[in-house]
Design a protein around this ligand. Sequence first.
Ligand code: HEM
Length: 206
Amino acid sequence: MTQEQQTFSERLKAANRTTHDSVDNLVMSVEPFKNNENYAKFLQLQSVFHKIVDDIYKDPELNKKIPELEYMARYDRVLKDLAVLKSEPYEFKGNLPHPQGNASIGWLYCAEGSNLGAAFLYKAAEKRLSFDAENGASHLAGHPDGRGKHWREFKVYLDNLGLDAQAEDEAIQGAKDAFAFYKVIVRQIFGLPENYEAPNQGPFHP
Ligand code: HEM
């Protein structure tokens, strides 16, 4: 399929597939569900990322175009999960990104899409550490409508934002920046070398 035939959400997916898988491998390499200590660090990682996107979820203009967007924000739930672990949000050492304009749509795509893979992470938190939606893993729980259905609807809203090709390109760059920054946070919190990439971990089985 040529770029012109792809919808915006298809372009986002295609442009980020490889990076997504490298993020997936990096996160799994630090064994976030090995014990409560690692899980608390994972929650701290999520606290930095979801804090960055919190304002995007709450943006009044975007909420007119994507109904209920503000309720999809997960930063507060990350804080709740951290409290269960008797831990606190992580204070990132360095400059935090402040996504603006079309780039922020890409960050939003990255954050909201992460709730799909979170199905696996939720199962791992539940099976290995006995956390669940009410206790310690609330931010990994699925959307009440179901993860898949919600994601399909969300993508339609993204496709209907009416972005022109240049605006789409800016959003796609924003998504790339979001995935790249997620890796920076993983490495800082889990003490990995700068630019470290993890080997392919194979399919994830909680
Ligand atoms: C840590 C382990 C992770 C695993 C095992 C994982 C797994 C997955 C899987 C299996 C899907 C596809 C689900 C489907 O098509 O039904 C998916 C989608 C997605 N994930 Fe992840 N993921 C992980 C981490 C992340 C992180 C940290 C982010 C963002 C920072 C992220 C962002 C996304 C996005 C944006 C999509 C949607 C792709 C699309 O359809 O356009 N994932 N993930």
